[in-house]
Structure formats: C-alpha cells, structure tokens
Write a protein that binds this ligand. Structure first.
Ligand code: SME
Length: 163
C-alpha cells in the first residue's frame, strides 16, 4: 500500500469518486472497526481541508461515545437527541448546519467551529450504529451536495464487530 498525498478535485462528482476510491483503498481490506474508522478519519481529514475535526461517535446504549477522529480533544459522550450528533441519531437523518450558533443545543468542542455536518451510520438492517461528524471553522463549509456525496459512502464503514 502506498501512502501518497492525493489532490482532490473541486467538482463534486469527481471529488466523491476519489473519496470512494481512497476509503476503499485504506479501509476495504480491513475487518476491524476501529482500524477502519481510524483510517477513514484520516482520509476525511485529507479530503476536507476545511474541516478542523473529522471523526466518529458510536452508539453505546443510550449514548454516543467518541470514536476515532482527527482534531482537537472532544466531548467523549453525547446523549440521545442532544447536540447535532445526538439529533442526527434521534432523527435518523443527516444534519447540515451552516452556522452552529443557530443550532439549539449545539455542543461546542472547539469554540472556533462555525459549521458542521453529521451523517448517521447504518447497519444493513437500517439501524444506526454511529455518526460521522465533521466541523469547520468556516461558516457553511458543508452543503447538501456533501450530504448526497457522503451518505452512500458510509456503507463502506460498517463492520460486523461493531458492538
Ligand atoms: N458539535 C457536536 C459535538 C461533537 S464535536 O463537534 C466534535 C454536537 O453538537 O453534537
């Protein structure tokens, strides 16, 4: 395996095609969930230079618990329905937050963060096992096009040893 820097194109179709390739390259042959998510956070941080935090929270009982990520230290547990992450879990849909100060209950891990995207992660049976979270210091750094691009890629991250 080579660990080359890649240059992501601006055009969303090409961008997400390359992101799929990179996630497949670094995660595709791996069965261990921690290793998959650790490398996925590295791939995401490289693909989204506007992100100051990129990683995962995993469902454990009634909470989301911090998983592999790249960025500053973060809150380790988030309750069901709380913050942007808990809301994505509770509502079962991606949250694209253009300005976090306008999101009721937003949990600030880094007060420099201005915008955020949180994508639920689903098992093949549709149940949610975690969320992908990316933050940015820029307002409106993530778009509905990113939601459309990221959602299908999350299927690449599921592994059976996720409990
Ligand atoms: N902002 C998130 C908390 C996680 S940190 O951003 C990494 C939220 O409101 O759920």
């Amino acid at each position: 395996m080579s660990y080359l820097d890649v240059s992501y194109p601006r055009e969303k179709g090409a961008f997400y095609a390359l992101l799929r390739e990179q996630l497949t390259l670094y995660c595709g042959g791996e069965t261990d969930r921690t290793a998959v998510l650790a490398n996925a956070s590295g791939v995401l941080a490289q693909a989204f230079p506007q992100a100051n935090w990129a990683g995962f929270y995993l469902v454990k009982g009634e909470e989301l618990v911090l998983g592999p990520y790249q960025g500053k230290p973060a809150v380790s547990r988030i309750g069901y329905g709380l913050g942007v992450c808990g809301t994505a879990w509770k509502e079962g849909r991606t949250q694209v937050v253009e300005e976090v100060s306008c999101f009721p209950g937003h949990i600030a891990c880094d007060c420099a963060s201005r915008s955020e995207i949180v994508v639920p992660l689903r098992r093949p049976d549709g149940s949610i096992w975690g969320v992908l979270d990316m933050d940015s210091t820029l307002p409106a750094a993530f778009s509905q096009a990113d939601r459309e691009g990221l959602e299908p890629l999350t299927a690449l991250l599921f592994r059976e040893n996720d409990c």
